[in-house]
Design a binder for this molecule. Structure first.
Ligand SMILES: Nc1nc2c(c(=O)[nH]1)N[C@@H](CN(C=O)c1ccc(C(=O)N[C@@H](CCC(=O)O)C(=O)O)cc1)CN2
Length: 300
C-alpha cells in the first residue's frame, strides 16, 4: 500500500483563497488594506526567488506589498533604521526580513528589532516566548503550515507520538511547541540523538527538518505514520541530463511512500505553505492591530 500524498500546493492555494476573502472583508467593511513589507539584503538567488513570489502572492490576495531590496554591504545601522521606519508606518501590518542575512549582520539583533505585533515570521523573542507559554503569538510560517496539514489529515493530534528531526529556531523548535500545544507526545531529535532510527520508528508523526538530502529512509518509518518533509535540498540529477539537478527532501520519498500512511512531497509539499501562511499571518496581524476579530481559520 502506498501513502496518501498530501498536496501542499493545492492546500496552499486554498489558504490563499481564504486569505483573499478576509482581505476583501477588511477593505469593504473597514476600509483597511493589509500591507506586508519584505526586506531582502543581498543577492542570494534562492532568496530573490522567494521574495519575488511573496510580493506577487501578496498582491494577488489583494494586499499591499512593499519590497525593500538592499545591497549586500548594507550596514546594520541602515537596516535597523529601515526596520524602525516600517515599525512606525501605519500602512505596514507585517514585516519580514528574508533569511539568511549576509554574515556581517547580526540576525538576532535584526529580528528582535521588528515590532512583535508586525513580526509575521514569528521569530522575535517576544513571539517565541508567547508560543512557548501558550499565549497568542505570531506563529512561524513553515511550522504553521505543517500543523494545518497535520490537523487536516488527522483531525485531532491528541496523544499521538511525534518526532521532530531538527532543532532550528525557524522550524524544529516552534514545530515541537505547536505539536505539544495539540497534545502530542513530542521528541526533538538532532545530530547527537542516540538510535535515531529507533526514535523515528516509534512516531505516528515524523517532521523532518534537518536540511540533509534523503537522510530518512523508509525503513525508519512506522507503518501508517504521517511524514512531513520540510527539507528542500538540491542534488545532482544525471538521469535528467549532464549538469542537471533536482529538489529532494530530507526523507527518501521513494522508500517512505511505501510505508507511510501519508507524506508530503518535495517540491509541492511544505514549501508552498510557507508563503500562504505568511499571507495568513499578515491578515492576523492587521486584524489585531485594528482591534478586529482575527480569522480563526488562518491561525492556530
Ligand atoms: N524570513 C524568512 N526567511 C526564510 C524563511 C522564512 O519562513 N522566513 N523560509 C525559507 C525560505 N522560504 C521563504 O522565505 C521558502 C522556501 C521554499 C518555498 C517553496 O515554495 N519551495 C518550493 C520549491 C521551490 C523551488 O523550486 O526552489 C516547494 O517546496 O515546493 C517557499 C518559501 C528560508 N528563509
Amino acid at each position: 500500500m502506498t501513502a496518501e500524498i498530501i498536496d501542499g500546493k493545492a492546500f496552499a492555494a486554498r489558504v490563499r483563497e481564504k486569505v483573499a476573502v478576509h482581505v476583501a472583508r477588511l477593505k469593504d467593511d473597514h476600509g483597511i488594506t493589509p500591507g506586508l513589507a519584505v526586506v531582502l539584503v543581498g543577492e542570494d538567488p534562492a532568496s530573490q526567488v522567494y521574495v519575488r513570489s511573496k510580493g506577487k502572492m501578496t498582491v494577488e490576495v489583494g494586499m499591499n506589498s512593499y519590497e525593500h531590496k538592499l545591497g549586500a554591504d548594507t550596514s546594520e545601522a541602515d537596516l535597523l533604521a529601515l526596520i524602525d521606519s516600517l515599525n512606525n508606518d501605519p500602512a505596514v501590518h507585517g514585516i519580514l526580513v528574508q533569511l539568511p542575512l549576509p554574515d556581517h549582520l547580526n540576525e538576532d539583533l535584526v529580528i528582535n528589532a521588528i515590532d512583535p505585533a508586525k513580526d509575521v515570521d514569528g521569530f522575535c523573542i517576544a513571539n517565541v516566548g508567547r508560543l512557548a507559554t501558550g499565549q497568542k503569538s505570531m506563529v512561524p510560517c513553515t511550522p504553521l503550515g505543517c500543523l494545518m496539514m497535520l490537523r487536516d489529515h488527522h483531525g485531532s493530534l491528541s496523544g499521538l507520538d511525534a518526532v521532530v528531526i531538527g532543532r532550528s529556531n525557524i522550524v524544529g523548535k516552534p514545530m515541537a511547541q505547536l505539536l505539544l500545544g495539540d497534545s502530542c507526545t513530542v521528541t526533538i531529535a538532532h545530530s547527537r540523538t542516540k538510535d535515531l532510527p529507533d526514535v523515528v520508528r516509534r512516531a505516528d508523526i515524523v517532521v523532518a527538518a534537518v536540511g540533509r538530502a534523503q537522510m530518512v529512509p523508509g525503513d525508519w518509518i512506522k507503518k501508517g505514520a504521517t511524514v512531513i518533509d520540510v527539507g528542500i535540498n538540491r542534488i545532482d540529477a544525471p538521469e535528467k541530463g549532464e549538469g542537471k539537478t533536482r529538489l529532494v527532501g530530507d526523507v527518501d520519498f521513494a522508500s517512505a511512500v511505501e510505508v507511510a500512511g501519508a507524506i508530503t512531497p518535495v517540491p509541492g509539499g511544505v514549501g508552498p505553505m510557507t508563503i500562504a501562511c505568511l499571507l495568513a499571518n499578515t491578515v492576523t496581524a492587521c486584524s489585531r492591530a485594528n482591534g478586529l476579530e482575527e480569522p480563526e481559520e488562518l491561525t492556530v
